[in-house]
Design a protein around this ligand. Structure first.
Ligand code: CUA
Length: 173
């Protein structure tokens, strides 16, 4: 057997050196993009969060539904809150409630929480994703820019009915 010399990489070949430089520059670029994208990407997740118990959140959602309900769809209340208001969506095994009816161009504070286990709010087909945790009221400030019907699917495995957990947001002109 022929063993390579102990310091086999010296001198570094021309191609080897080029690839090393390229990889180094790419590493620096990607590292720099992490903090840069925080400011330039405008994709930062919201940071407004309150502690809440399942009972408190359930009460807030019930009051919200009672105040602004305009109909029912497949047994779920359809709620049309005034533009600019605080709106609520509750996750539990395995449903999202209520169905929200929002106005295009208006800004809302969407409160998300779960009354049992961890769920994932995934607005489709826009692919906006947020964690929904029990014990926390997570507030997402949203301004719908497109009218239409959007599905809310659960993207955190939450038990046997996970794949059936589909909610809805309707955006009107
Ligand atoms: Cu809720 Cu998966």
């Amino acid at each position: 057997m022929i063993a390579p010399p102990r310091v086999w990489w010296k001198p570094l070949g021309r191609l080897e050196r080029s690839w090393f430089k390229l990889a180094f520059v790419w590493c620096i670029f990607l590292t720099a993009m992490m903090p840069l994208w925080f400011f330039l990407g405008r994709q930062n997740v919201p940071t407004t969060t309150y502690r809440v118990t399942a009972e408190q959140f359930q009460r807030q959602v019930d009051a919200f539904i009672q105040q602004y309900q305009v109909g029912t769809e497949n047994g779920f209340p359809v709620v049309e809150p005034p533009p600019g208001s605080d709106v609520y969506m509750l996750a539990r095994m395995w449903q999202w409630t209520p169905v929200l009816k929002l106005k295009r161009g208006a800004t809302y504070r969407l409160h998300l929480s779960s009354t049992d286990v961890q769920h994932g709010f995934s607005l489709q087909p826009l692919n906006l994703n947020f964690m929904v945790l029990p014990g926390y009221d997570y507030v997402v400030t949203i301004t719908p820019t497109t009218a239409g019907e959007f599905s809310v699917v659960c993207n955190e495995y939450c038990g046997i009915g996970h794949h059936l957990m589909i909610g809805k947001i309707i955006v009107t002109e």
